[in-house]
Write a protein that binds this ligand. Structure first.
Ligand code: SF4
Length: 473
């Protein structure tokens, strides 16, 4: 007895009806948001990237829409985007049934990589226009992103400088061995301290000319001497090439201390993810992001591993992008330096920026160390400190230091009159000598006091809370 399955009719060779995406895609689908945003953008900058002749290119608006929509869905691979454009109705609708392949998608992405920054600014300004953000406050934080480069491709500035200096010595010694007459004329006799690859190239040329103008060696000794001279010139050429390589490396490293051979823009730094737990440095970038109301408002990549040096350039990036600085800045203790506080103070910003010991001071069981100079009584009128034993510590000088960015910081130096025989000596300080010396940066202390007041205020607590979860991604 034959039984018929109780299922719906299935035949994939039947005629398909046209699907209307307007019916299939709901009116509040995110794909429509992407479509609306890109339609409202000014893509004039893209026009210069296209030729007026040749085969028609895909509309850049369409390409931008599918790439942004793919990124929004965590799809970054060009091959996967290509697949989506062929299969997914949302992509099919965005692309209007065009089917760019992965090569085209990748080429477009590379072509517009400089202009995409401008697109980002336009989108943020659109958000500000619609009232989602004010662009008046920046919640700042940073993270390290690892480069694709291998972790063993490091080049350290100090090593290159050391090897370069050794090479210069080798070149000097070699030149002393080479034909003395020529060398006296061209190199050793002169006051050349540093050889450059260009100077060596011209010197090698002259040495070769001098050798070729000499009579052809006849006896065994002369032939041996000629072979030796040729060998030395070859060695000099090798040294010249190595010197060129060192110079190139130093130029690529620039102000940094390290770089990766295979990704010269990446700097070696410690990452948060340390699987081996050995503090190994890896090639990467320091990505700084500012956010407001869960929208990213600015971003920048820096080669400095520490956040302190990135804050001012990051504010300048915001200024360049939007034409003004925010009036409120909120950041963690990694940014609390004298230089940064001063910049924000002079720019009239309300700085909810922590300093390094702020968290410790906030602990319920925190007890100030009575032997730390921050807790000594200070007489501002007569400029002296009073130590725990009651001795006056008078000012004996000023010390200056410079940060990596060139900012000059000043600290006042105070000295106790006599610590010999003091019953508190062992608790007070460990350094040698019978007169305790302390260094105090008054300007930094002033900024810290102001930051503490702001951070502990009602508004400060609100801003700190928003930075942690509400306004930062
Ligand atoms: S050791 Fe010197 S500075 Fe410290 S409490 Fe004694 S006298 Fe004062």
């Amino acid at each position: 007895m034959s039984t018929k399955l109780h299922t719906k009719f299935y035949n994939n060779n039947r005629l398909f009806l046209m699907i209307d995406p307007n019916e299939e895609i709901s009116q509040n689908d995110p794909v429509r948001v992407i479509d609306g945003i890109v339609e409202g953008l000014d893509l004039k900058e893209f026009e210069k990237l296209y030729k007026e002749k040749g085969r028609c290119a895909y509309d850049p608006k369409m390409m931008l829409k599918i790439i942004l929509y793919a990124y929004m869905n965590n799809i970054y691979s060009c091959r996967k985007i290509e697949r989506q454009v062929q299969r997914d109705i949302h992509y099919i609708w965005l692309a209007s049934q065009e089917r760019p392949d992965f090569v085209t998608i990748n080429r477009f992405r590379n072509r517009v990589k400089n202009e995409i920054n401008n697109i980002f600014t336009q989108v943020v300004l659109l958000l500000a226009d619609r009232g989602f953000i004010t662009l008046d406050v920046e919640y700042i934080d940073g993270t390290k992103i690892e480069s694709k480069a291998n972790k063993y491709t490091f080049v350290w500035r100090k090593t290159v400088e050391k090897n370069r200096a050794k090479l210069q010595q080798k070149i000097h010694m070699l030149l002393q061995q080479i034909d003395e007459v020529i060398v006296q004329d061209k190199a050793a006799g002169s006051d050349v301290v540093e050889f450059t690859p260009e100077a060596l190239t011209s010197l090698i040329g002259e040495l070769k000319d001098a050798l070729s103008s000499e009579p052809v060696p006849t006896d065994k000794e002369q032939k041996e001497a000629r072979r030796e001279q040729n060998r030395q010139i070859k060695e000099l050429e090798k040294h010249r090439d190595k010197l060129k390589e060192y110079d190139n490396r130093l130029e690529q490293i620039g102000e940094r201390n390290s770089m990766s051979k295979t990704d010269p823009d990446a700097t070696f730094m410690r990452m948060k993810e340390d699987a081996m737990n050995n503090g190994q440095t890896k090639p990467g970038y320091n990505l700084q992001i500012s956010a407001e109301n869960q929208f990213i408002t600015d971003f920048a990549l820096f080669p400095n591993p520490t956040d302190t040096l990135t804050l001012i350039p990051f504010f300048n990036s915001f200024l360049k992008r939007y034409g003004h600085l925010p009036s409120v800045a909120v950041a963690d203790s990694g940014y609390g330096s004298e230089e940064n506080y001063r910049f924000m103070d002079q720019a009239g910003m309300e700085a909810y920026v922590k300093y390094n010991r702020f968290h410790i001071e906030q602990r319920p069981r925190y007890k100030p160390n009575p032997f730390h100079h921050d807790n000594f009584h200070y007489n501002a009128d007569q400029d002296y400190y009073v130590c725990p034993l009651g001795q006056h510590m008078n000012r004996i000088g000023t010390s200056c230091s410079k940060t990596a960015s060139g900012y000059r910081s000043e600290s006042a130096i105070y000295q106790a009159q006599n610590c010999k025989g003091c019953p508190l000596r062992r608790l007070c300080y460990r350094a040698k000598g019978d007169k305790r010396i302390i260094e105090v940066n008054h300007r930094l202390n002033q900024y810290k006091r102001k930051a503490r007041e702001l951070l502990s205020s009602e508004e400060g607590l609100r801003q700190r809370g928003r930075r942690c979860h509400g306004s930062f991604i």
